[in-house]
Design a protein around this ligand. Sequence first.
Ligand code: PDD
Length: 277
Amino acid sequence: QYVAVNGNLIDRKNAYIDIEDRGYQFGDGVYEVIRVYNGKMFTGNEHLERLWKSASSIGITIPHSREELKDLLEQLIQKNKLSLGTVYLQYTRGIAPRKHPFPSDDVKPTLVAYTKEVGRPEEKLHSGIKAIQTEDIRWLRCDIKSLNLLGNLLANQKAAEAGCDEAILNRDGRVTEGSHSNISIVKGGKIYTHPANNYILNGISRRVMLEICAREGIQVIEEPFTVKELQDADEIFLTGTTVEVMPVIELDGKSAGGGKPGPVTRKLQNWFKAEIE
Ligand code: PDD
């Protein structure tokens, strides 16, 4: 398997990270996970655009052009003969003695990228998944796709321990998003989802879903909804690079979202599938 380290494609066995890389010591960096369907990055430009935005929000200047990075990722996909899977990539602030202030400008960000074969979660897309809900204890800049994921990990671990796939987070009773996905509910034929502000990641799959809804004339209300509204929803679904449009059919051990994938979710799944084929 080849991996990209800075500008080069090398054998994974020869890749190493310095112990003073700020990503390793502080989680001081940003990342993206991009879906690969049929050997091509799905919504690659949107992911790269968000990466640049995340980086600039924390004062990291990416030392490549978007074209250079895109070329490198395409080469990586080709060399690894990846047809269906994901590309993971991250930039950290670089290598410097461990001190909180940013290092000087001559310290260049470290890029790491690699690919993984991942099938589509067909069974779960068909049957739906179980979730728990829990408090959102993350920081106030969830719009930045930062390497600091402890709040997400703790929530997702709680879900895993309960035999569930996702943890749905709420801040003061208002539902924000999942630990690694965005969430929407359907009530009376309308879709409700948290607005893309600092409390959630502006998910690319969420945006694909919004575009589909605009095209198909499904009304979407981008306003926060409560845990109670989540519990009482006609349908619940997640969106994300790895989960696509995923029905949620159980919440905290109780039937939820109608107890089975609902008609609006099914339609969205079909339209989404048409986008990726
Ligand atoms: N997670 N919200 C959070 C907190 C996420 O981590 C993700 C993605 C999403 C969905 O965003 P998108 O549609 O752009 O993938 C929402 C990635 C896949 C991960 O960390 O594995």
